[in-house]
Ligand binder design. Structure first.
Ligand code: SAM
Length: 365
C-alpha cells in the first residue's frame, strides 16, 4: 500500500494537499497529491512503496491542520459484487495487518455520501464478524491496536487500509459527534467544545478544564464559548460590547466587561484560559494571543484564525511559525496545535499551551 488517504472538509482539498506535500517533503517522503474538489478527501501517492506507512508513523497527526484523519490505503476496489463484498476487502488486508483493534466503515464528508452512510452502518456488522473470524480484528475492541478503515467513496467502491491508534483521530470519520446543548446561547458553543475534545487529552480534563479555574473570553457575546467554560465550573471574564445571555449572567460565574478585547487587561493575573472568537484579521488576533502568553497573563489559549482567500495553508503556517518564534524569543516553551475543526468554516482553531517560561518561572502556575 503506497497511498495515504487524508479526510478533510469538502472544499479544502487543496489546502490539505499543500500541507501533506509540504510536511511529507520535510521528512524526505516524496509523492504527489490527487485532489478532486469537494470530494472531502485527498490521496497522497508516495513514490516509494513503504513510504505511506512511514508517513503515518512519522508525521504527528496532531500537527496536521487540514486533515481530519490519515489512513494508509491500497488500490481502489471497484464494482464489489453485491453477493460478496467482503472477500475482496479481506483480500486487501492479507499480509498487511492482523489483530487490529477496531473497524471503521466510513465515507468522505460530502453531500453525495449521505445515502452511503446508511449502507456503511448495516455493512459494518457482517464485515466485522468476518474480520474477527479471519483474525484481522481482535475479538474485543482495543484502543491500543491499529484501526482498519474501509472508506466507501461510491456504491460498491472503496479504499481499504489502516491507521495507527497512537497517531490518528480517535473519532469515526475524524469527526467528534457532539450534541448541541439546548440551553447554550449560540451554535458556536460546539466549536469550543470540539476544540477541547481535539486538543486536550481526556485524562487531563479535570486538571486543565476543571472547576474553579479562571478564564477570559474575548468577543464573548452572546456566550456560546462562555457557556462551555461555565458548565465546567470556571469563573469567566466575558469581554464584548454586545449582550450576554441572561442565563449565563444568572449563574454568578460570569463578569461582563463592555470593552475592546484588544485593550482588556485582567486585573488579577490568575487566568488559566484565554479564549477568543473575535472576527478580526488573523495576524492581529495572533499578535494579541502571543502578547498574553508572553506576559504570562494566561496559561493556555484557544482562538480562531480567519482563513485568507488564497494560499490558505501557507498563510496559516506562516502565522503559526511567527507565534512560535515570538514565544521562543521570549523564552517560552509552548505546545502549538491548529486544526480545521468540523465546526470551523472559513477559519482554523488554534491551541497554545505554555509549558514553561525561562523568564517568568516565579509567575508560572
Ligand atoms: C463570532 S461572535 C462570538 C460568538 C461567541 N464566541 C459565542 O459563542 O457566542 C464575535 C463577537 O466578537 C465581538 N467583537 C468583535 N471585535 C471585538 C473587539 N475588538 N472587542 C470585543 N469584542 C469584539 C463581537 O461583538 C461579537 O459579539
Amino acid at each position: 500500500m503506497n497511498k495515504v488517504a487524508l479526510y478533510c472538509r469538502p472544499g479544502f482539498e487543496k489546502e490539505c494537499a499543500a500541507e501533506i506535500t509540504d510536511k511529507a517533503g520535510k521528512k524526505g517522503i516524496y509523492g504527489f497529491a490527487r485532489v478532486k474538489e469537494n470530494s472531502g478527501y485527498v490521496l497522497f501517492e508516495c513514490y516509494q512503496h513503504d513510504d505511506a506507512d512511514r508517513l503515518i508513523r512519522e508525521i504527528p497527526f496532531g500537527e496536521l491542520i487540514f486533515a481530519r484523519q490519515m489512513v494508509v490505503v491500497g488500490e481502489l476496489l471497484k464494482n464489489l459484487p453485491q453477493e460478496d463484498r467482503i472477500t475482496p476487502i479481506l483480500g486487501m488486508l492479507t499480509g498487511v495487518i492482523e489483530r487490529a483493534g477496531e473497524l471503521r466503515v466510513e465515507v468522505p464528508d460530502n453531500d453525495e455520501s449521505k445515502e452511503l452512510m446508511t449502507f456503511c452502518r448495516k455493512f459494518t456488522v457482517p464485515l466485522r464478524n468476518a474480520m474477527r473470524q479471519e483474525k484481522f480484528l481482535l475479538a474485543k475492541e482495543s484502543a491500543n491496536r491499529p484501526v482498519i478503515h474501509v472508506l466507501f467513496i461510491a456504491p460498491g467502491c472503496c479504499y481499504v487500509g489502516y491507521s495507527y491508534s497512537n497517531n490518528n483521530s480517535r473519532f469515526y470519520m475524524g469527526i467528534p459527534r457532539l450534541k448541541f446543548p439546548s440551553d447554550a446561547p449560540s451554535r458556536s458553543t460546539l466549536k469550543l467544545e470540539e476544540a477541547f475534545h481535539v486538543f486536550i487529552p481526556h485524562d487531563e480534563w479535570e486538571e486543565r478544564l476543571g472547576s474553579g479555574l479562571y478564564a477570559v473570553d474575548l468577543g464573548a457575546c452572546p456566550g456560546g464559548w462562555t457557556y462551555q467554560l461555565v458548565r465546567r465550573g470556571m469563573i469567566v471574564h466575558a469581554v464584548d460590547n454586545g449582550l450576554m445571555a441572561d442565563s449565563l449572567m444568572d449563574t454568578g460565574q460570569v463578569k461582563h466587561h463592555r470593552v475592546d478585547g484588544f485593550k482588556f487587561e485582567p486585573s488579577v493575573k490568575n487566568v488559566y484560559w484565554l479564549v477568543c472568537d473575535m472576527v478580526e484579521q488573523p495576524a492581529k488576533v495572533a499578535h494579541l494571543m502571543t502578547d498574553w502568553l508572553v506576559k504570562s497573563w494566561c496559561r493556555e489559549a484557544i482562538f480562531n484564525l480567519k482563513l485568507p482567500m488564497k494560499k490558505r495553508y501557507e498563510e496559516v503556517a506562516q502565522i503559526l511559525q511567527k507565534i512560535e518564534q515570538q514565544l521562543k524569543e521570549n523564552g517560552i516553551n509552548a505546545q502549538i496545535q491548529a486544526k480545521h475543526l468540523y465546526h470551523d468554516r472559513e477559519e482554523v482553531t488554534v491551541h497554545v499551551r505554555r509549558i514553561w517560561s525561562a523568564y517568568a518561572m516565579t509567575r508560572d502556575f
